[in-house]
Design a protein around this ligand. Structure first.
Ligand code: SAM
Length: 206
């Protein structure tokens, strides 16, 4: 399973992630806006788990839907940064082994993590674990292989990130693995269909 690299475990990781990755307001607002729309559309209210929570940058949009909000991440540095900006409860945990009973949350949110997993068995294990602790929905993002950036990699026009780099996946693969874990994908959402790799899906337990 993916381990936080130096990128996420160094003491200043949280501040660096917030300052560099989402420096522009447009970039910073993109994921929260999309997640907010999905939460509203699916009438989410109740216990919410954000994993991995990173710096808790989604918490402003999660809080209005959450009776109880928990953030989990493997990196102490990211958790420390998250705790400075959000009143949620925080837990240090690995996505593949979440320290929660089955169906502990109404919705589990997993943003910008699954594209770090390198083979199908890792992706299957992560999806199964996210669904195990959810009583209803999982809202997660992947990198969609049916996108212009992923096509450029396949055509050799853009350099792939290497064996430990991020990777795109087919929607059909996600749907098959979600079904194997006893749920179904009920929606796909994009900020920029085709142009951006980032895609969100909503999985609902059957
Ligand atoms: C790209 S950040 C995304 C954080 C947050 N979801 C967001 O959208 O801002 C990836 C996060 O995954 C965490 N992480 C990496 N491997 C993990 C694992 N196996 N289990 C839990 N967290 C992990 C890192 O510490 C980091 O905070």
């Amino acid at each position: 399973m993916t381990r936080p690299t130096d990128k996420w475990s160094a003491p200043s990781s949280g501040e660096r992630y917030a300052a560099t990755r989402f420096a522009s307001r447009r970039a910073a607002e993109r994921d929260p806006r999309l997640v907010a729309a999905l939460l509203a559309r699916h009438g989410v209210r109740g216990r919410v788990l954000d994993v991995p929570c990173g710096t808790a940058r989604l918490h402003d949009v999660l809080r209005p839907h959450a009776g109880a909000l928990v953030g989990a991440d493997l990196s102490e540095a990211m958790l420390a940064s998250a705790a400075r900006s959000s009143p949620a409860r925080f837990v240090r945990a690995e996505v593949a082994h979440l320290p929660f009973h089955a169906r502990s949350f109404d919705v589990v949110v997993c943003c910008r993590f699954l594209h770090h997993l390198h083979d199908e068995s890792e992706l299957a294990a992560a999806l199964a674990e996210l669904l195990r602790v959810s009583d209803r929905l999982v809202i997660a993002s992947i990198w969609d292989s049916a996108s212009w950036p992923a096509l450029r990699v396949r055509l050799g026009l853009k350099r792939a990130e290497g064996p430990r780099g991020r990777r795109a996946v087919e929607r059909a693969t996600v749907e098959r693995l979600v079904a194997r874990a006893g749920a179904r994908v009920v929606e796909w959402r994009y900020s920029f269909r085709w142009l951006s790799q980032q895609a969100f899906f909503v999985a609902e337990r059957c």
